[in-house]
Each structure stands twice: as C-alpha cells, then as structure tokens.
Design a protein around this ligand. Structure first.
Ligand code: ARG
Length: 425
C-alpha cells in the first residue's frame, strides 16, 4: 500500500485531503529543506500539481528571487512571492504593540502573528491559482500547524490540507537522502545549522538540536541577530520613541513608516545586545519547549509602549489592562486569530491606546533597554504636585487623613474582629 493511502485511512480531521481528491496544491514554500523535499514529494506521492507561495514578512537576508527560482526548478507551476511587510506591521504587529503582547512573560509572538497572515494569503492565492488543497511544512508537534490550519479552514471551509512532515516519517538524514536522490539542491548555510529557525521583522527564534538540553547555556552559534551583551559597545545609547495613539511614529525625532521604524529599532537594539530571551514555553499542543529568541525591536518598542501607557492610564486602567493583555497574547499564541474574543479585546486595546501619545527615551546598554525619560500631553502626572511639601490645584494634603480613615475602614474593622476572636479563645 502506498504511503499516502495508508495516511488516508488514518485521516482524523474532516479537512485533511485524501489522495484521490488532490488536484492542485498551494504549498507554503520557504526554500528550505523540508518544503523543497515536499515540493517534489507531493508531485510524486499525490500525482498532483504544485503552486508555491513565499511570503515576505521581513526575514533578514532572504533572497526571494533565489527562493522562487528554486521552486520553479523543482517543478512548481508557479511561485508567488508576496511582500506582506506593510500589512504584517500595521495589521498584526501594531495590535500586538497596543496589547503589550508577550506570551509566557518573554515571547513577543512574532511567529504566532505571522502565521495567520501567511495562511490568509495562502487562501487568496489558492483561489487565484485554482488549488483545492493547501500544504505546509509544519511538524505535528508545534503550534504553527494549529495557527495555519485553523486560519485556512476558517477562511475557506472548502479547502483541504496536507501536512506531509506530520506523516512522512523522514528524519533530517532521510530528507537529505531524498533530496540527493531527487536532484534537490541541499545548500549549506541555514541547513547546516542544527536549529529550526523562524524570523520576521518582529523577531527571530531558534529551537531544537543542542537547545533542547535545558541544563546547558545556549551555544554561541545560535545568535545571529543580536550582539552578545558582553561584546556590545561600552557607551550607552539613547533612542527616543514617539507614539501617536499607541502607534510608534518616529525614532529620535525622525518620522518613519512602521516597517522601517521596526527595522531601525531592531538594528539599534541588536547592536547593544538587547532582546535575547531564553524561554521555556508551554506549547498549545501540550509539550514544553525551550526557545531562544532574538527580539531587539520588540524589546525596545514594548518597553517604551508600556512606559507611556503607565503614564497616561489611571491606576484602575493600569491594574486591569495586563490581565487583558495576557488574554490577547494567549489567543494569538494559540492560533485563534479569528476568535471573536480577540477582536473584542482588540476594541478595548484601541480604546485605551487613544490616549497613548507621547515620547519615551530608552537607554540601550549591554543587553538592557530601560526607560529613562518620558513626556506626553496626556500624562496624568503633574510635576508640581508630585513634589514634597506642595499643595494646590487638584490636590490637598489636608484631605489625606480623611481619605486614610475611610480607605482603611473595612480593613481596620476586620483586623479588630479577627484579633477579638483570637483573644476570646
Ligand atoms: N515557539 C514559538 C511559537 O510557537 C516559535 C516557533 C518557531 N517556529 C519554527 N518553525 N521554528 O510561536
């Protein structure tokens, strides 16, 4: 029995493609080993046509002409290359900034934000190219399969999905073997590194290989973007980030589009060793994993955004919002981009961020990004009132004892009652 037929018998989701019904496949193609092997494998095993799609989310150093050429060489009918950097920055990263989005306290979600956009473009291109099936290179152990498949079937319930890596039982060595046998070029570079890497303008992750040994510090060869903090310049550097209604609009007084602003912030942070995160993470599929992140732009922008939010928010908003920020981050991590709760939360984030206008100066120094100066027309801060010994305007120190008496009333009563009960015993 052929491998694909065996797989068909074990189909578990209604949207999984069975071999007979696959005519033309839209393959999410990166140019790497997995998806290159897949491009050939699908043609052979499914007897299907393949259209490739590569999405540019600002992966540093990627040559998309080379990727396209490789796909066509391997028999793709077409290879779409879509530059989605603007859409990614404005419709995915910006909402994440407004929500101070960090999963597990350390992961700014760059991969999780990119997947629903990639999947949305896959649906559009599948329709345009007359494909009945979408194929991707995610494994069966990660979050990315959840994000891509849930988005594709939400947007087009008629599309089928194949995820060959989940079933083909080839390890790295077998894939390289397959590649050699089928004339697929196996380059050095990223394929000679023993890590699984994913990157875009909002960050870079490395997983797998030696990183899995959580008892060991990361090897130096993991880091490819951010300077080691100990090698960073001995002089600190300040960068002023300006926001309008939660959107970063300028760096050091220079107005920039969001894509360019994030790139520049990333370069500055990388130079100063900012944004290295060694993260133990709870995947949505149950496993725990260790990720090594390089997120210099996110470290600077999120630090600045949080600082400005604190300055313009009331005590009540500032205490409440982190809970919703966490919920927002969790839903995005979990691959539920079209969950209505996410847009409900997004409406709240937008409402709060209407006040988030102003400037924050971040000092970059040997791995740290710290807010050192701030200003905002909406700051709920009055330097005259904050000083010692001053009263006036909206604040009266004479009012304080009355406030304290009422504010502490229930706590004092409860304290007295509990002590009385103890003494009675
Ligand atoms: N752990 C992160 C996440 O689940 C990063 C995953 C990176 N993906 C990859 N294929 N290497 O979003």
């Amino acid at each position: 029995m052929a491998e694909v037929e065996r797989r068909a018998l074990t189909k578990t989701a209604s949207y999984e493609a069975i071999p007979g019904e696959v005519g033309r496949v839209l393959l999410l193609y990166s140019g790497g080993l997995d998806t290159s092997v897949m491009l050939k494998w699908i043609q052979d095993e499914y007897d299907a046509e393949v259209v490739a799609l590569t999405v540019n989310l600002g992966q540093p150093g990627e040559d998309f002409d080379v990727v396209r050429g490789k796909a066509l060489d391997l028999g793709a009918l077409e290879c779409f290359v879509v530059d989605a950097r603007e859409e990614f920055a404005n419709d995915y990263v910006l909402p994440a900034i407004k929500a101070n989005a960090l999963y597990g306290g350390g992961y700014p979600l760059f991969t999780a934000l990119g997947r629903p956009l990639i999947a949305k473009i896959a649906v559009e291109k599948a329709r345009e190219a007359g494909c009945d099936t979408v194929a991707h290179g995610c494994t069966g152990k990660g979050n990315d399969q959840v994000r891509i498949e849930s988005t594709v079937v939400a947007l087009d319930p008629g599309l089928k999905i194949i995820a060959p890596v989940r079933g083909w039982q080839m390890g790295r060595e077998e894939e390289i073997q397959y590649a050699r046998e089928h004339g697929i070029p196996v380059k050095g570079g990223s394929e000679s590194v023993p890590y699984s890497i994913d990157d875009n303008i909002w960050g870079r992750s490395s997983e797998g290989g030696p990183i899995e040994d959580i008892e060991e510090p990361p090897h130096d060869d993991v880091f490819n973007l951010v300077t080691k903090p100990q090698d960073a310049p001995d002089e600190p550097e300040d960068v002023e980030v300006e926001f309008e209604q939660g959107r970063p609009v300028a760096l050091n007084g220079e107005r920039l589009g969001l894509v360019e602003l994030l790139e520049r912030a990333g370069e500055l942070g990388a130079k100063h060793g900012v944004g290295i995160v060694d993260h133990i993470e709870d995947r949505i599929v149950g496993l725990k994993v260790r990720d090594l992140y390089e997120v210099p732009a996110a470290e600077i922008i999120l630090t600045a955004h949080k600082e400005l939010e604190k300055l313009v928010g009331t005590i009540h908003q500032n205490n409440f919002k982190p809970t919703l920020d966490n919920q927002w981050a969790f839903l995005v991590y979990a691959g539920l981009w079209y969950e209505p709760l996410l847009s409900d939360l997004g409406a709240y984030m937008d409402a709060v961020n209407q006040q988030v206008t102003g400037k924050i100066t971040i000092r970059l120094y040997k791995g740290r990004a710290t807010a050192v100066a701030r200003s905002s027309p909406n700051a709920l801060y009055d330097a005259a009132l904050a000083g010692f010994g001053e009263s006036g305007g909206l604040f009266s120190q004479q009012a304080s004892p009355g406030f304290i008496e009422l504010w502490s009333l229930q706590s004092r009563m409860a304290y007295a009652i509990r002590n009385r009960v103890k003494e009675d015993k």
